[in-house]
Design a protein around this ligand. Sequence first.
Ligand code: HEM
Length: 599
Amino acid sequence: MASNYLVIGLSAVLFFVTTSYAYKKLFVSNPIAKIPGPPNESFLFGHLRELLKGQVGEVSNFVALFAKADFLKHLRSINSNYGNVIKYKGILGEDCLIISDPRAMHHISNHPDEFTKHPVLDAVTAQKNVMNVFQKEISRMLFGRGLVWADGEDHRRQRRINAPAFGANQLVKHFDTRSYSDDLRRIRAFIPFFHESASAIIERWNSAVETSKDGRAVIDVTRMISLGALDAIGKSAFDYEFNAINDAEKTEGGNELAQCFRNYAHDVFGTITDGAIFFQEMLGWLPVKLAGIFYDYAPVPALKRVRYVTNLGHEVAHDLIKVKGDELLHGKQKKDILSLLVKANAAPGDSKLKISDVELMATLHTLIIAGHETTATWLNWIMYELARNPDIQERLRKEVNERAYALRNRGDTMFSATDLEQDMPILQAILKETLRFHGPIYQHMKLPTVDSVVPLSTPITTTDGQVLKSLTIPKGTHLYLDIAGYNRDPEIFGKDAHIWRPERFLTGEVNETSGLAGPYASVMTFSAGPRTCIGWRFAVLEAAVFTAEFVRQFEFRLTPAAKKLKREASLAMIPVLEGEEDKGHQLPLVVSLASSIDD
Ligand code: HEM
């Protein structure tokens, strides 16, 4: 009986694949067929193995996505022939696009209904958009039906409730007339939590240094940074104790949710086999609902883990929402993000504009995942560059110590938002340059829901010699926005955009108010338009506090092992060591005490 079902299932997949493939080849004209791109070396896989495996975020423009060494060399040599729009092949010869052209990226990011990240369920689109089916279903499993997952009106409604709590109202001004500076004050109120987490990390590193033989300890800094970021999001977003740093050594008996997140993204999204790529792609040829059933029930270990963590996250969120509701009722409301969301949701107004408890639970879980590993990864790359560049590290330490001296003189114990955002330009330049060069989010998948015409900054020449000033993209085309490529565009960041040089953000070389890119440093790492990262201010302040406090206390140097560092595709672009990829994030640095300004 079971084998009958299997045969019927496989026949259904085969039927969908062959009919939609034949339909497309025979009846659908393809305006992107003549966009230049690398030769297809595999009808079965197209370029997907190069895209989904190995190092990411490397070199310039689209090459960022094609990181397999020999392939990379090949592409580099012909890079100039391709420009900022590249055609690549998906499975079975599907034509797909990678775009890093600034105007095109700006247009696409600012038209989220025309370019959603999720599939629309109609016969052609749903079957064509393999990657997007995967993205939508994984997104639902990973986050729940919250802000990252939602689209269209659902997204606007959720964003409207969320934005003020994140100081992100400037992006939704038309929704809300409250003062933007009130919102900024709210996000800055989290600074003490960031200091608290940074201090807990420093305490751990301090004892490692003190107990080392020569005052120099080799520490994998990724571990504590990740736990500290988790503690920080717990306290500021929901007034919740993950106790991640305190329970760091416990294998059981600590906070279960915190333990679930150990190496979570890497274990689930890290290494992917050819078989998994193919299977995942074939699933995408099924209607979304069928693919969803697979993601909800398949006994695949990685999917089982995602389902378990999401359920647990939603359970914790459910309890917290109740606590916040009671606090509000008894006039004991706190300042964390969840309290603000519960209050905004309870305020009088059109009930159709509110978010449901299920969406609120998903939003909470979203904040843990979207706000924790991304910022921790950014911090990892900051530590790496500081260790690699002792001169810049020393300049930063001097700046931080001078500010620390000033704050002691004014009777403060921790850096204020003004200290961090305005009075430490070297710190800001390092944060910006690292977000540009090692952006934790390096690509975005988008799905045109209609045939679209997209403007280009730089015209492209098709394989038959036509010069295109705009791009016609058929509905349903697989589309990658190449964030890493945009972030290394020499036209925007200078001829040496391929190297890490924070100075470019100190000398006015970069036009930070071009309005083309995201809200910070003119980079695309926080995305742009109505779906810009809602937590970007939170992330910037947290990264600033952690970095300033770390260099104030310690000196960091590269270990020989850190020279084997690679950028690994995961949910974020994480540092791993060559030959030890299966261990996930690693960045072993030599840590010793720094001399302070008072010495
Ligand atoms: C370096 C740190 C971070 C990076 C690089 C980053 C990047 C991004 C990007 C690229 C998006 C757009 C995703 C998409 O459209 O699919 C996004 C959305 C989002 N981010 Fe972040 N993020 C960071 C930190 C944070 C933090 C700290 C929080 C929360 C405290 C957060 C919460 C969110 C949420 C809720 C969304 C969905 C927004 C929407 O769709 O309206 N992120 N982030």
